[in-house]
Design a protein around this ligand. Sequence first.
Ligand SMILES: Nc1ncnc2c1ncn2[C@@H]1O[C@H](COP(=O)(O)OP(=O)(O)O)[C@@H](O)[C@H]1O
Ligand SMILES: [Mg+2]
Length: 261
Amino acid sequence: MPTDTLPNPEKSPERSSGELIRLEQVTKRFGDNTVLDHLDFSVDAGKHVTLIGPSGSGKTTILRLLMTLLKPDEGTITVDGQKLFPATEKERREVRKQIGMVFQQFNLFPNMSVLRNITEAPVTVLGLSKDEAVERAKGLLDMVGLADKCDARPSQLSGGQQQRVAIARALAMRPKVLLLDEVTSALDPELVAGVLDLLRDIARSTDITMLCVTHEMNFARDISDQVLMFDSGRVIESGAPEKIFSEPEHDRTREFLSAVL
Ligand SMILES: Nc1ncnc2c1ncn2[C@@H]1O[C@H](COP(=O)(O)OP(=O)(O)O)[C@@H](O)[C@H]1O
Ligand SMILES: [Mg+2]
């Protein structure tokens, strides 16, 4: 993989080694449904943390808060020491540049070419020249195995290819944090392994901090430094993958794992 297209530990000595993401007492309600109730957790720089737990437990809500697609009702969210909430819109935009997200449903811009999907935000948000953005995008397309698809429209690609483009698009912003929300759940079964292998590669060869929601437990076991088991908007158990998957402490975790494994 051409690592010069990605953040690299040697090239980013300013990267702090402590906490990169911190949620403190975060509460999120939808109407009278309290989805997150005074949630605390943090993710250290460079770590790969996986959120597991039943549907509706608030996993996506956490990623959407970090992506600033939602606002918390209470609490603070900090990324690399800078406030994401509460903060002014201007401060939030700056912090937000450090975060990339890949969605279950790809969410590519349907009316843009593959190349333009990847160059758009680096040009408009980061202010890269078009040439720089194209060079970066081509490097990433090469890495995800789609160098020949620059001019294709998303609708001309398979789901697995679209998700590779979405991953390249997120990486083109050189984020410190990559959020992955069930990125293989919408794929045909034969396309899942290829996308997971790509993510394993990225986890291994970059220093990007990953916060990942997945039902792919083997993948979670492979890449995670830490697994957090969610239930009803609370972390009920956390630890190394070996511990959570082999010796879970909570009945709820055992039940959940026996349902998905
Ligand atoms: N935009 C929304 N409006 C109302 N309720 C929502 C919205 N988004 C999520 N919810 C509710 O919040 C809860 C948690 O959802 P979510 O974070 O998507 O869970 P998960 O990703 O763990 O399946 C669910 O009860 C869901 O119905
Ligand atoms: Mg979800």
